[in-house]
Design a protein around this ligand. Structure first.
Ligand code: NDP
Length: 277
C-alpha cells in the first residue's frame, strides 16, 4: 500500500465500533483553545487488525493515538515502553509514536475518572464500590480508584474468571472481591460504576434489586445523549444521582493532549459545550 504522509501533526482514536466517538470533536476544541495546530481522526480497525493499523498510521507520520474498545489490552502488548499506570493496568489508551519508531503507551482513563468524580465533589474514601465489567476500562481505573482508599471494591463481570483475575492481580492495593454479574446479592454499595460495554447497545444488565445503600449513586462510563439502561436502572432503584462518562471522557482526553503537546487544556468549557449539544 502507498501511504501519503500527513500534512500536519495528526492524531487519531482507533477502535471498533468508532462512529460514536466524541474524541475527534474534543481534541479539535482543545487544539482551538490552546492554539495548537493539529488534526485528529477516528479510525475503525478490524478486530484482528490493530498492529497493522498502528504501523500504517506511523508510516504516514502520525504523532499519537488513543485506543478504545476492544483494543486496550492488545495495545499494551504492542508497546516498546509503557508508563507505570499503563503497566499496572496492562491496558493502554494513549500512545505516543516516536520518530525512531518506538511506541510509548500510557493510560489516562483512571485519572480521567478520578478528576471527574472530584469535580462533582464526591469522595471514594471509606466507600463500598461495585464495579461492573472487567475489560480495558476497568483495568485502567482500578489502580487510581483503589488509591482513594475505598473500604471495599467488588468487581463483577459477565465472564467471572476475568473479574477473579483482576481481583487477584490488584489484591495488594485494597480490599477487593470478585463475582459474576448476576450473583451479586445481600450487599449494598455507596457507588456502582458500570464499566461494561453493554451501554453501546443499550442492553439492560441482569442486576438484582436493593444493591444501593441510602445516598448511593451510579456512574456509567458510557456516555451519550440519553440515560443509559444502567442509569435508568439506577434511577428506578432510588440512586441519589446518575452520572454518565462524558466528564471522564473529557478529562482522559485532556491528559492525553497534555502527554502529546505539553499543554493542559481547560476541561470545564469543553464539557459544558458537549452537554448542550
Ligand atoms: P472492553 O471491550 O475491554 O470490555 C467490555 C466489558 O463489558 C467486559 O467486561 C465484558 O464482559 C462486558 N460486556 C460486554 N457486553 C456485555 C453485556 N451485554 N452484558 C454484560 N457485560 C458485557 O471495553 P472497555 O472496557 O474498553 O469499555 C467499556 C465501556 O466503558 C464502554 O462503554 C466504553 O465506551 C466505556 N469507556 C468510557 C470511557 C470514558 O472516558 N467515559 C473510557 C473508557 C471506556 P466479558 O468479559 O464477559 O466479555
Amino acid at each position: 500500500m502507498n501511504l501519503m504522509p500527513f500534512a500536519q501533526d495528526t492524531y487519531a482514536v482507533m477502535g471498533n465500533p468508532i462512529s460514536h466517538s466524541l474524541s475527534p470533536a474534543i481534541h479539535k476544541i482543545f487544539a482551538q483553545q490552546t492554539g495548537e495546530k493539529l488534526d485528529y481522526q477516528a479510525i475503525k480497525v478490524p478486530l484482528e487488525g490493530l498492529e497493522s493499523a498502528i504501523n500504517d498510521f506511523q508510516k504516514e507520520g502520525g504523532k499519537g493515538l488513543n485506543i478504545t474498545l476492544p483494543f486496550k489490552q492488545q495495545a499494551f502488548a504492542l508497546m516498546s515502553q509503557s508508563s507505570e499506570r499503563a503497566t499496572v493496568a496492562q491496558a493502554v489508551n494513549t500512545i505516543t509514536l516516536q520518530s525512531d519508531g518506538r511506541l510509548i503507551g500510557d493510560n489516562t482513563d483512571g485519572i480521567g475518572l478520578i478528576r471527574d468524580i472530584q469535580r462533582q465533589q464526591e469522595s471514594l474514601h471509606d466507600k463500598r464500590i461495585l464495579l461492573l465489567g472487567a475489560g480495558g476500562a476497568i483495568r485502567g481505573i482500578l489502580g487510581p480508584l483503589l488509591a482513594e482508599k475505598p473500604v471495599l471494591v467488588l468487581i463483577a463481570n459477565r465472564t467471572e474468571s476475568s473479574a477473579d483475575y483482576l481481583a487477584s492481580a490488584f489484591k495488594r492495593q485494597g480490599n477487593l472481591h470478585s463475582s459474576s454479574l448476576n450473583a451479586i446479592s445481600g450487599q449494598q454499595f455507596d457507588l456502582i460504576i458500570n464499566g461494561t460495554s453493554s451501554g453501546l447497545t443499550d442492553e439492560p444488565l441482569a442486576l438484582r434489586e436493593r444493591l444501593l445503600a441510602p445516598e448511593a449513586w451510579c456512574y456509567d462510563l458510557a456516555y451519550g445523549g440519553q440515560l443509559t439502561a444502567f442509569l435508568r436502572w439506577g434511577q428506578q432503584q432510588g440512586a441519589r444521582k446518575c452520572v454518565n462518562g462524558l466528564g471522564m471522557l473529557v478529562e482522559q482526553a485532556a491528559e492525553a493532549f497534555y502527554i502529546w503537546r505539553g499543554i493542559r487544556p481547560e476541561t470545564s468549557p469543553v464539557l459544558k459545550l458537549l452537554q448542550t449539544r
